[in-house]
Design a binder for this molecule. Structure first.
Ligand code: FDA
Length: 582
C-alpha cells in the first residue's frame, strides 16, 4: 500500500446521489474523486420518475436539456391503470404525474420545468459525463473499504478491483453515496431507525411490443391485480414502462419470510406471461433480481467530516418515485455548503445544517412511500380480494362488480374511490415541492419573525409557494428584454442571489459590499427584469423595496419586508448566521 491520492472531496458511489454530488462540486470548481465499486454505471432502469424539483436542480447544473432529450415526456406518463393483466380487464385509471388538467395547471404555475420519466441507467451517464467533463476524477472498480478521520481530513482505504491492491485516498471531506447497504454510513456510525426487509420484491426487465395494450392509455405504471399480487412487493403486481412501448420492468412480490424464489428465466417468463396476459406476444427477459422493501431512515446524516446522501440514509420502496429525486436533492443541498466551507467563505458549522434540513425530508419520504404501499389495499378490498382464496374466487369477485345489484353498485363506488385515493402516490405535487427548512433547527435559515403560514390545502397533494425563509424561491415567469426567464433562473450557479424591486437600491448596494459573492436582481418596470404578468408581485409576499436573499440551492435564507438604511448591517448579520460565523 504505497500510493496516497489526495482530493478535497471523496465521493463513494456513482448512483444518483454520488453522481449529482460530483456534478455539483465540479460545477462549483471543487476538486473531487468518485470511487465506484463496479465496472459500469447502473445497468438496469431502477429509479425513473423525475419530479419538477429535481428537474430544477438539473436545470441549474446545466443538464436539464440532455435529460429531456432522453426521457419519456410527461404526457406519456400519466394514466396509471389498474387491470387484471395488460390484455385483461381494466378496473380503472387515475390521472397521474401532473396529467390531471387541474394538477397540470398547478405544475405549470409551480416551476419552469416538467416532470419526466428518466430511467436510472440513462440518468447516471448524463450526470457522470457532465461531472467528468467538469473535472471529476472517476475510478470504476474501486471499492471503498473503510475510513478514519482526524481534525484535518478523512483517509479512506480503497481496493482497486482491477489491480487487486489497496491504496489510500486522503480527502478533506467524504461523501458516502454508496446506496442502501452503505458501508460508509455504517462505519460513520450513523444511527438508523426503522426496518429493513419489510417485504420481498422481484424486478424483471424484459422486452416486448405491448403497444396494443398500452399506447391508448399511455402510462408509466400499469398495476395488475391478479392472484398472488398481494404477497410481499409494493401493493400489487406492476408493469412499468421503461421505453414506450417495448421495454418494461415488472415488480412482483414474494413472501420475505420464505426467501426469494429461484430467479430462473422460466420463472421470470411465467410472471411476465401472467401480468401481460397474452401468450402470443414475443417476450425477451433481459434480467431479474430480488430486493426488499425497506422502511429506514437515519436521524443524523453526518459524523465529523463524513456525510451520507441518498439511499445510504433513507431506504424505502419506489412508491411515489422518490428514490433518486431525494438523492439528487440531498447532494445539491450539501454541495454548495462544502464549496463555501472549503474556500474559507463559511465556517464548518454551516455543514450542520445538512442534517438539520435533509433528515426531516428523508423521514417524511420514507414514511410516505411505505404508506403508499398500504394505501393500495383498499383497491383489493373493494374487490373482496384481500383474503386468501383461489384464483377462481378472485376472478368471480372481480366480475361481481358488473352485476346490476345494490351490492355491486357499492363495490363499483368503493373501487372508484380507492383508485382515486392513489393520487397520494401518483399525483402528490406537495410531496415533490413543499419541502421547507426550519429556521428553528437550521442556522442556514434566518427567521424573519413571521408565523409559519402552514398549508391552506392538503400539503401532500398541493404545492403552496412561499417566500418565507426556509421555503424554495417561488417560480414566476419574468422578462429581461425579449427574454423570458423564471425567477429560479436568476438564482443558483453556486452563489447567493438577492432579489429586490423598485426602492430596494440599499439592498443592492449592501449585497455588493459583502465579502461573499451575491448576485443581485431588481424586478420591476424599467428595471433589469420586469414582471409583465404581475405573478412575481403576487408571489413574493414582500413590498417592492423589500429583499429576499436566496441560497445557491434556491431556498430563501433571509427575507426583509422593507427598504432600510441599515440594509448593509442586516444583510451582514444574516450572512454571519447563514455561513456559521455567528
Ligand atoms: P445507488 O444505490 O443508486 O448507488 C450506490 C452507488 O454506490 C453505486 O454506484 C454502487 O456501485 C456504489 N457502491 C456501493 N458500495 C460501494 C463501495 N463499498 N465502494 C464503492 N462504491 C460502492 N427506485 C425507484 O424509484 N423506482 C424503482 O423502480 C427502483 N427500482 C430499483 C431496483 C433496484 C434493483 C435497486 C437496487 C434500486 C431501485 N430503486 C428504485 C431505488 C433507486 O435506485 C434508489 O433510490 C437510488 O438509486 C438511490 O441513489 P443512490 O445514489 O443513493 O444509491
Amino acid at each position: 500500500m504505497s500510493t496516497v491520492v489526495e482530493t478535497d472531496v471523496l465521493i463513494v458511489g456513482s448512483g444518483p446521489a454520488g453522481a449529482s454530488a460530483a456534478l455539483a462540486l465540479s460545477t462549483y470548481g471543487v476538486p473531487n474523486i468518485v470511487v465506484t465499486r463496479y465496472a459500469s454505471l447502473a445497468d438496469t432502469p431502477r429509479a425513473h420518475i423525475t419530479n419538477q424539483r429535481t428537474m430544477e436542480v438539473l436545470r441549474d447544473l446545466g443538464v436539464e436539456q440532455e435529460v429531456i432529450a432522453q426521457a419519456t415526456p410527461q404526457h406519456l406518463m400519466g394514466n396509471t391503470t389498474f387491470c387484471t393483466s395488460l390484455a385483461g380487464e381494466e378496473l380503472g385509471r387515475v390521472r397521474s404525474w401532473g396529467n390531471d388538467p387541474l394538477v397540470q395547471a398547478e405544475h405549470e404555475l409551480a416551476s419552469p420545468t416538467r416532470m419526466c420519466d428518466m430511467p436510472q441507467h440513462l440518468m447516471e451517464p448524463v450526470l457522470v459525463n457532465a461531472a467528468v467533463a467538469r473535472g471529476t476524477r472517476l475510478r470504476f472498480q474501486n471499492e471503498y473499504l473503510s475510513h478514519t478521520q482526524d481534525a484535518d481530513g478523512v483517509t479512506a482505504l480503497v481496493r482497486d478491483r482491477l489491480r487487486g491492491d489497496t491504496y489510500e485516498i486522503r480527502a478533506k471531506y467524504l461523501i458516502g453515496a454508496d446506496g442502501g447497504r452503505s458501508k460508509v454510513a455504517e462505519d460513520a456510525g450513523l444511527p438508523m431507525g426503522g426496518q429493513m426487509g419489510v417485504a420481498g420484491s422481484i424486478n424483471i426487465v424484459f422486452e416486448a411490443d405491448l403497444a396494443r395494450y398500452t399506447a391508448h392509455r399511455p402510462s408509466t405504471l400499469y398495476w395488475v391485480l391478479a392472484p398472488g399480487a398481494t404477497v410481499g412487493g409494493i401493493g400489487a403486481g406492476l408493469v412499468r414502462c421503461v421505453r414506450p412501448w417495448n421495454e418494461w420492468l415488472i415488480v412482483w412480490g414474494y413472501d420475505v419470510n420464505a426467501g426469494a424464489p429461484d430467479l430462473t428465466t422460466e420463472y421470470a417468463e411465467s410472471i411476465v406471461r401472467a401480468l401481460v396476459g397474452d401468450d402470443d406476444v414475443p417476450v425477451t427477459v433481459k434480467s431479474s433480481s430480488a430486493w426488499t422493501v425497506n422502511e429506514m431512515y437515519a436521524e443524523t446524516y453526518a459524523n465529523g467530516r463524513v456525510f451520507c446522501a441518498g439511499d445510504a440514509v433513507h431506504r424505502h420502496p419506489p412508491s411515489n418515485g422518490l428514490g433518486s429525486n431525494t438523492s439528487i436533492q440531498d447532494a445539491y443541498n450539501l454541495a454548495w455548503k462544502l464549496k463555501l466551507v472549503l474556500d474559507g467563505t463559511a465556517h464548518p458549522r454551516l455543514l450542520d445544517s445538512y442534517t438539520a434540513e435533509r433528515a426531516p425530508v428523508g423521514r417524511q419520504i420514507v414514511t410516505r412511500a411505505n404508506r403508499s404501499i398500504r394505501e393500495t389495499a383498499p383497491v383489493f378490498e373493494a374487490l373482496d380480494g384481500l383474503s386468501p382464496q383461489t384464483p377462481e374466487q378472485l376472478w368471480a369477485n372481480i366480475a361481481a362488480r358488473k352485476d346490476a345489484t345494490e351490492a355491486a353498485e357499492k363495490q363499483r363506488a368503493a373501487l372508484r374511490e380507492a383508485i382515486a385515493f392513489k393520487a397520494y402516490e401518483f399525483n402528490a405535487h406537495g410531496v415533490d415541492l413543499n419541502q421547507r427548512y426550519d429556521a428553528g433547527s437550521s442556522a442556514a435559515i434566518v427567521p424573519d419573525g413571521t408565523p409559519d403560514p402552514g398549508f391552506a390545502r392538503d400539503p401532500e397533494l398541493y404545492h403552496q409557494p412561499s417566500s418565507r425563509p426556509g421555503a424554495r424561491l417561488p417560480h414566476a415567469w419574468i422578462t429581461s428584454g425579449t427574454r423570458t426567464l423564471s425567477t429560479l433562473d436568476t438564482v443558483g450557479r453556486g452563489r447567493f442571489t438577492l432579489l429586490t424591486g423598485i426602492g430596494g437600491e440599499a439592498w443592492v448596494r449592501a449585497a455588493e459590499e459583502q465579502e461573499v459573492e451575491i448576485a443581485t436582481v431588481v424586478i420591476g418596470p424599467g428595471q433589469q427584469c420586469e414582471d409583465p404578468y404581475g405573478d412575481w408581485a403576487r408571489l413574493r409576499e414582500i413590498p417592492d423595496a423589500g429583499a429576499l436573499l436566496v441560497r445557491p440551492d434556491g431556498f430563501v435564507a433571509f427575507r426583509h419586508a422593507s427598504a432600510g438604511a441599515d440594509a448593509g448591517a442586516l444583510l451582514a448579520h444574516a450572512l454571519r448566521r447563514i455561513l456559521g460565523h455567528a
